[in-house]
Ligand binder design. Structure first.
Ligand SMILES: [Zn+2]
Length: 80
């Protein structure tokens, strides 16, 4: 019988899962992996985030304007 490598639960025989018993365990492992990777590569992550922001600066600003506009609209509607 196979056993989940994360929680230790038995994996059902008919299940196609290999290492983990459930989607939750797989997600959890992926999350932990991603987090460990991000921690080990924090300079890369920071650089990537900065580059993404630079590349999407206009989009972000546009979004900010749209949000502001929506807020104003909601306020106007609310007041009258
Ligand atoms: Zn599990």
């Amino acid at each position: 019988m196979k056993i989940c490598q994360l929680c230790g639960k038995a994996i059902e025989l008919e299940s196609r899962a290999r290492k983990y018993c459930s989607q939750e365990c797989r997600k959890r492992v992926k999350y932990e992996k991603d987090r460990a990777w991000a921690k080990a590569n924090s300079d890369k992550v920071t650089a990537y985030a900065r580059k993404w922001y630079e590349d999407n600066r206009e989009l972000m600003q546009q979004q900010g304007r749209d949000n502001y506009r929506m807020k104003c609209l909601a306020k106007m509607k609310g007041e009258g």
